[in-house]
Design a protein around this ligand. Structure first.
Ligand code: 6PG
Length: 253
């Protein structure tokens, strides 16, 4: 399986092992960035996969490993629902992580899913510009991404016009299949991250994953295939089920 240099794939036995590996990456990245720059900027995804990772990071065994006062938490995307709604990505992170750690409120940069989608995207873009500066594309230290069965990532779905967005940092997207609005970071931001880590588990993602990691011609239509952090690291953390269609041993190049 050929991968772009700088990419790596780690296949772990199950979602528990994937979550522990991701937690280790979070802690090591946080330690390194805080010692180098005095802060750690990370953007997290929603969906079900990262739930165990968040619970680990919020657990007693991990709590004292992270200086949360130096961590700035952003979201990769958000569903356009109130933060108390069961589908809210912020709400999911609040329940499993934020309500268990002492992170300053000013370090939590949530996307306002409760207001009009365009206003939510504009407000989030303004917050990104205020934090990272107006003359640069935000460069997160770490971005955690998931992937759907259709190869979407963040809230960038196949054939969406948002895939062509090369100016805005965040945009509202209407997802026809889900009949719902979302707000998402755009590819310029995601691909400007120093490190991107995909967490993908489950047999239902194995076929798409095989196409993407094999860089098959057919994979080009998948948004997850468009994540190529320029000369930075891209790590795929997979469980055995998600990797069941990938031949050979885990590739590290
Ligand atoms: C979201 C996520 C989305 C998610 C994938 C995978 O808001 O839903 O950002 O991109 O990562 O849909 O979701 P699962 O982890 O639930 O499979």
């Amino acid at each position: 399986m050929t991968l772009k240099s700088g990419d790596s794939v780690k296949i772990l036995i199950d979602i528990d092992a994937v979550s522990h590996e991701a937690a280790g990456i979070f802690i090591n990245s946080a330690e390194r960035c805080i010692s180098l720059r005095g802060r750690f900027t990370v953007a997290i995804s929603g969906g079900s996969t990262p739930g165990m990772l968040f619970s680990l990071l919020g657990s007693e065994s991990y709590a004292d490993k992270i200086d949360w006062s130096r961590v700035h938490l952003f979201w990769v995307d958000e569903r356009c629902v109130p933060k108390e709604h069961k589908d809210s990505n912020f709400g999911g992170a609040w329940n499993s992580l934020l309500s268990h750690i002492s992170i300053p409120e000013s370090n939590i940069h949530r996307i306002k899913g409760e207001i009009l989608p365009l206003d939510g995207a504009l407000e989030y873009e303004k917050e990104l510009i205020t934090f990272f500066g107006a003359d640069t594309v935000p460069a997160f230290d770490l971005v955690f991404l998931g992937m759907g069965e259709d190869g979407h990532t963040a809230s960038l779905f196949p054939a969406s016009v948002s895939l062509k967005e090369d100016k805005r940092l965040a945009v509202p997207v209407y997802v026809e299949r889900l009949k719902s609005w979302r707000i998402t970071l755009t590819l310029p931001v995601l691909n400007n991250a120093h490190s991107v880590v995909f967490l993908v588990t489950g047999r239902n993602k194995a076929d798409v994953l095989k196409e993407i990691l094999g860089r098959d011609e057919s994979a080009k239509s998948y948004p997850a295939c468009l994540i190529k952090p320029d000369n930075r690291s891209l790590i795929w953390l997979l469980d055995n089920d998600a990797a069941s269609q990938i031949s050979g041993s885990p590739a590290h190049i």
